[in-house]
Ligand binder design. Structure first.
Ligand SMILES: [Zn+2]
Length: 274
């Protein structure tokens, strides 16, 4: 069914107003000193979307696709606005998925040498990168040989870290990263695995519930109008409830001593197969 953007936006603002008015009273208080890191994926094709992400009132990271029209420009602008930049690396999804990861993708049948060369080629198109996360990649992230080649390339390019979007529950990224001395973070919640204002608000509530029981949560969203509108409303409310939004690099340092509970209650991936 086609979506009516103006109606969606109006509904979104109304819903968010109601939501933000109620969360303060209804949601449990966050654990003391709770921190959340937020990444917006799939950037680089729209200058307007990218600039709206840069303008968000918190240190939200931009995950920028390689070989895009505005990727380098947005990375420069984000860097000067003190926002962190990830390379959003296109990687093969499961067989049979209609989705195309786009140019510069890491393919399942590539040799280790080809993976390193493609990664290097992709990285040249996005400046200021401090880490990498997977665009799709459900097939590659469970392929130990391919992930080992990729992690080795990350290490050789200045100790980049890997943020696993967890598009596959069988992802081996954490284990292979540890074997290759590459730090790996993992996504806890997708804000908008299904488009639409209601889904975004439910995801924000899930983040709030997680923050009540543990201290660190990593969130990924996409530059949909309803997602960005939700973040513009929600981010300024967090500090009053004891939650800090921290850059991924700070989250990474905090997680260097990983506690077993940090990933124990991860919701099942809603994006399996991509
Ligand atoms: Zn993506």
């Amino acid at each position: 069914m086609p979506r009516d953007p103006s109606r969606l936006f109006a509904n979104s603002l109304l819903g968010l107003s109601l939501y933000c008015a109620t969360i303060v009273g209804v949601q449990p208080a966050a654990a003391s000193g709770a921190t959340v890191s937020i990444v917006i994926d799939d950037l680089g094709n729209s200058i307007r979307d990218g600039r709206r992400v840069i303008a968000l009132p918190a240190p939200v990271a931009l995950a920028i696709l390689p070989h895009t029209a505005y990727g380098a420009t947005l990375a420069d602008e984000a860097y000067h606005a003190n926002k962190e930049i990830l390379l959003h690396l296109p990687m093969d999804p499961e067989d049979g998925m209609a989705a195309d990861p786009g140019p510069g993708r890491i393919e399942n049948q590539m040799s280790a040498h080809e993976i390193a060369a493609m990664f290097s080629y992709d990285l040249q198109t996005v400046p200021h990168v401090i880490g990498v996360n997977n665009h799709m990649g459900s097939r590659i992230t469970r392929n130990s040989a391919a992930m080992s080649a990729l992690m080795s390339a990350l290490r050789q390019h200045g100790k980049l870290f890997f943020l696993d979007s967890r598009t596959s529950p069988q992802s081996v990224a954490a284990r292979v990263g540890a074997d290759n001395d590459v730090a790996v973070l993992e996504r806890d919640v997708f804000l908008d695995h299904e488009a639409g204002e209601e889904n975004v608000m439910q995801s924000i509530q899930r983040v709030e519930r997680l923050l009540a029981t543990r201290s660190r949560v990593i969130v990924i969203g996409h530059p949909y109008p309803e997602t960005l509108a939700a973040l513009e409303r929600w981010l300024p409310t967090l500090a009053a409830r004891g939650t800090r939004v921290v850059p991924l690099s700070v989250m990474l340092n905090d997680l260097k001593v990983k506690r077993p509970n940090d990933y124990a209650d991860r919701p099942a991936s809603p994006r399996s197969g991509l």
